[in-house]
Design a binder for this molecule. Structure first.
Ligand SMILES: Cc1cc2nc3c(=O)[nH]c(=O)nc-3n(C[C@H](O)[C@H](O)[C@H](O)COP(=O)(O)O)c2cc1C
Length: 360
């Protein structure tokens, strides 16, 4: 039986000291040019001090056209390197393996913030987005690869491709992407960009670079069966070191009635897959040592903790030390979040987006 304190050995790069990954958490604390601020570094380094095996940054834009909110972390240019170097060094000093989440917002970017008109897999005039040309798609693939190289250059152990939550890569995956130029249409065409991004990153980074990917299993126009197939294929291909399934609740049932007949829990669809050398993790409402045990008992290799890590920077250390540990309950006060090393902009962003979780 896997224990939360067991180290996690991956196909490439450094082992994690335990089974806890800090979820990618957008915190809008970067400077307006996407460079890291002291507050954002402090928020993340506190999670390394708090025992997380892997500390993941917030979604970082790989190209200006993908920038989705003010204060978003950037990794699109060399001007972002000095801050990233500082962060990678500090995370390493505190024993955490480090990763940058590589993101392009596509039609969910913010043209007012990026100054660039919205782009997507296909034309969507109602969203003000136009389809990328084939040449521009090649450029996006190259942007992901260049961003991964920058992460490596800055000293990060690796990067995670953000293929979830309705952003650009998800926009390619959904069946509405009817492109007939090899980047859409059937399953093979719609999933091509994912394979190309993985291959381009592998070609541009060294043999120890740890590469992960995050996927959404359903909603956002996705078809569960296709996402299960894709998860199985990318794990079998051997290019990914870890796959992070974003479920929002690990105990969730499939959204569609038809899928509930086959899978009691959404998670079952993924734990049943042959994993080869890829490690499988899951995120969603893990708030106690019991939740961690439950998830590991379902067969995942590691857990991904978001809001629990916001209310307790030492969630990992505490959940390992005490089998009855439960993270502080929501709603929490702004002072509580400040004490847990969230800067003012993060507290504001969280209380605006999740008002029911912040008490004052
Ligand atoms: C404030 C906040 C910011 C988030 N930012 C990101 C992000 O940048 N990238 C991402 O893939 N998911 C993001 N998520 C989703 C989380 O990574 C996580 O999957 C989700 O919150 C469920 O886990 P939890 O219940 O432990 O919080 C965010 C969630 C929250 C609450």
């Amino acid at each position: 039986m896997t224990q939360s304190f067991d180290p996690l050995h991956l196909a490439r790069g450094r082992s994690w000291r335990n089974r806890f990954m800090l979820a990618p958490l957008t915190n809008t604390q970067s400077h307006l040019d996407g460079t890291l601020s002291d507050e954002e570094i402090e928020w993340l380094v506190a999670r390394a001090r708090g025992g997380f095996g892997l500390v993941m940054t917030a979604a970082a834009y790989v190209a200006p056209s993908g920038k989705a909110w003010a204060g978003q972390l950037g990794i699109s240019g060399d001007e972002h390197l000095p801050g990233l170097e500082r962060l990678a060094t500090a995370l390493w000093e505190h024993g955490a393996v480090s990763s940058v989440q590589l993101h392009h917002g596509g039609k969910r970017a913010d043209a007012a913030v990026s100054g660039v008109p919205l782009v997507s897999a296909f034309d969507e005039p109602a969203k003000g987005a136009r389809a990328l040309s084939p040449g521009e798609i090649e450029q996006v693939v190259a942007d992901f690869a260049a961003a991964a190289r920058r992460a490596e250059q800055a000293g990060f152990d690796g990067a995670e491709i953000h293929g979830a939550h309705g952003y650009l890569l998800t926009q390619f995956l959904e069946p509405r992407n009817a492109r007939d130029d090899g980047w859409g249409g059937d399953y093979a065409g719609r999933t091509r960009i994912v394979r190309e991004v993985i291959a381009a990153i592998r070609a541009g980074t060294g043999p120890d670079f740890q590469l992960g990917m995050r996927l959404s299993p359903e909603r956002h126009g996705l078809v569960l069966d296709e996402m299960v197939t894709l998860a199985g294929e990318v794990m079998a291909a051997g290019e990914l070191d870890y796959l992070d399934m974003s479920l929002w609740d690990v105990r969730k049932q499939p959204h569609e009635e038809i899928d509930r007949v086959r899978y009691e829990l959404l998670l079952d669809a993924f734990t049943a897959l042959e994993r080869h050398a890829t490690r499988l993790g899951v995120a969603g409402a893990i708030a106690s040592a019991a939740d961690v045990r439950w998830s590991l008992d379902q067969g995942v290799d590691y857990v991904v903790v978001g809001k629990g890590a916001m209310v307790d920077h030492a969630f990992a250390t505490h959940a390992i030390a005490d089998e009855d540990y439960t993270a502080p309950a929501f709603p929490v006060g702004r002072d509580h979040l400040r004490r847990e090393f969230l800067g003012e902009r993060f507290v504001d962003y969280f209380s605006r987006g999740w008002p029911h979780l912040v008490a004052d």
